[in-house]
Write a protein that binds this ligand. Structure first.
Ligand SMILES: CC(=O)[C@@H](O)[C@H](O)COP(=O)(O)O
Ligand SMILES: NCC(=O)COP(=O)(O)O
Length: 249
């Protein structure tokens, strides 16, 4: 199976936002990543707009009209700003393919856990239904817990995104293979439940290849922090090519 590389551009916006000059450009970064072969673009517009802003989401969707074979994945908490964001895209007739629901609090430093079941089940159902009515694929950000996957399917999700920070933190330690086995089991449980499997958070050029080889059914990885850091050294084109090589492409 080919694993799609979706490039998260949060960190380009973060640098851009430290001045009022519009550089580095988020849309220019997206163009270079897509030209180099990235399968899609991910953004996580947080309520505090610390990096991606509402206008970036609109500008990227406008850009992606010219790339109909690539995907736009918008992540966020559906109880905060995410649904308004994707409703706006739909009202304007702009492309967006997937929403990834992430249970972050407002102002959270970065994502650090997935949804909890059964606690979050009933409140998620109507929002998943609304996203489906907007013709969006719904992915739920989840910890690598095989026992939670059936519940994610039951609330109506199409995919789960495995929260990979615990795997990344174990990379190079004695716990590395145990984490890989845990993520592989969680992915298999998701597949068995009828869910697609995405993954992301702290994936990088060192840990990606093993993850993609050992985690079954991996349809998409979204990678931002490490990839943009690599791009500062290597440039976007070489960086995307290096990540695609990790994915065997
Ligand atoms: C859900 C997820 O893991 C990513 O969206 C991550 O939260 C990136 O967000 P920041 O770039 O704000 O850390
Ligand atoms: N969904 C994860 C993502 O988009 C990027 O996470 P990271 O690579 O910035 O940690």
């Amino acid at each position: 199976m080919k694993t799609h590389l979706s490039v998260n551009l949060n960190k380009v916006a973060l640098v851009r936002n430290t001045r009022h000059l519009g550089i580095p450009s988020v849309t220019r970064a997206a163009t270079l990543c897509l030209e180099a072969g990235a399968a899609g673009i991910t953004v996580h517009p947080r309520p505090d707009a610390r990096h991606i802003r509402a206008q970036d989401v609109l500008d990227l969707a406008e850009l992606l009209k010219a790339w109909p074979d690539r995907e736009f994945n918008v992540e966020g908490n559906p109880f905060h700003n995410l649904m308004d964001c994707v409703r706006d895209l739909r009202q304007r007739g702009l492309p967006v393919h997937q929403v990834t629901f992430v249970p972050d609090s407002e102002g959270q430093f970065t994502s650090d856990h997935g949804w909890s079941f059964p606690a979050d089940a009933e409140r998620l159902k109507p929002l998943i239904a609304e996203a489906h009515a907007l013709n969006l694929r719904v992915s739920l950000f989840m910890d690598a817990d095989p026992t939670a996957m059936a519940a994610a399917k039951e609330v109506g999700a199409d995919r789960i995104e495995l929260y990979t920070e615990p795997f990344a933190a174990a990379w190079g330690t004695a716990d590395q293979q145990a984490q890989l086995d845990r993520f592989a089991a969680a992915a298999q449980a998701a597949l068995d439940a009828g869910l697609g499997v995405n993954a992301g958070h702290d994936l990088n050029r060192d840990n990606l290849a093993a993850f993609a080889q050992q985690v079954p059914g991996l349809q998409e990885v979204s990678i931002g922090h490490a990839l943009i850091a690599d791009a500062l050294e290597l440039g976007y084109t070489a960086t995307i090519q290096a990540y695609l090589a990790c994915l065997g492409q």
